[in-house]
Design a protein around this ligand. Sequence first.
Ligand SMILES: [Mn+2]
Length: 449
Amino acid sequence: MSFEIHKKRREKLLEILEKCEAVAIIASAFEVKRNHDVDYPFRQDSSFHYLTGFDEPDSILVLNPFEQKRETLFLRERDPKMELWTGRRLGVDKACEKLSMDQSFKIELFEEKLSTLTSGASKWSYDLASDFTLSSKHKLCDFIQSKINTSRNRSMKLGSVAVSGSLEIKELLSGMRAFKDDSELASLQQAQVVTNMAHRAAMAYSAPGVGEHQLLALMESVYHFHQDCGTAYNSIVAGGENALILHYVDNNCQLSEGDLLLIDSGAESSYYAADITRTFPVNGVFTPAQKRIYEIVLEAQKKSCEHIRPGLLRADFHTVACEVLVQGLIDLKILKGSVSENMDTGEFKKYYPHGTGHLLGLDVHDIVHGLHFEKGMVTTNEPGLYLPADDENVPAEFRGIGIRIEDNYILTDDGHENLSVSIPKEIEEVENACRDDFRKFLPYITDPR
Ligand SMILES: [Mn+2]
């Protein structure tokens, strides 16, 4: 792996810091205990990864544009005894050369060294909500805040320059992370290729009697079979009424004849996420009632897509999706009155309780930047309708139906490109995909050793 790209990102952040008269303190992720002697799988903090490419826990990056040595990394020392149990460490000695840092120290020295690394800056930027704990057991945030207070008190006494405050590092980074460069786009596209295979395998394998957990296993086996690839978030495999639970992750029911199946699942490839939802009939053929709801959601997605263009407010594409869904609910006699009346009362939120999209990247719900769509951003578009089984305003044939359709788009000069265009979505495409041979999409079968 080349770390040049991360070096360039640090240089860009240093320019931003210089303008703000700030230093940056960015912590890695840390191991989290699952149960006795077992940790959750480790995943590096997105911003720390973005700036270093370094995948170890218990590390802190300090950037100071006003020092000669501008880039300092604190990390774990080599420890053969620990490495026997928990794996290789880069170590303090090799960090500068490998990661192109100006200097490196063992993590235990962070508290002692920080004051000398922050001279010349009037503001400190860091993750104000970080849970990172230092070797001394102090919270990183508390430690930084106490240092800022000390600096203020001292300057009041001596009349020297004070550290005037804290900046949220995510805000400084958002103008960088929101816009994807070519290497990021390549990872996003690879995530889409793998996600396409997994969704197609699930459509083809689905049948009455199959367990949600079996489809989960099938899809995640596709993710994990690929190099540097895994699941981007906890998959939702929701048969029938389970689709009405927005973050259903139990995934432990059997699929029933005549039901729909909603799958919200995406791969993460080299740290970049796909976030895809498809809803299809368990037995491969939509009923007329299911088709009607599906067509409304699909139209909401297509209409709101026209508003995924540079310069337009991101809030507006949500409004467009809502208007189409509301019109659909009026046509089905589930809502009364006009579209604008319903938009005012918000009554429809019973059936569409979530937003229409979010930015996508290193985080599935990625760092937010500004209010408008801009070229190079990546967004989801994910309208849905959820019609409760016990809602008497809903005609019986539609009760218990939950449908969401989600694709991922990159903003271009004058519009967008659909990154997930290969994943079946039109009714006929979906029904064909349900009839396909699932083995075609399993890399361990199509590409045997
Ligand atoms: Mn999403």
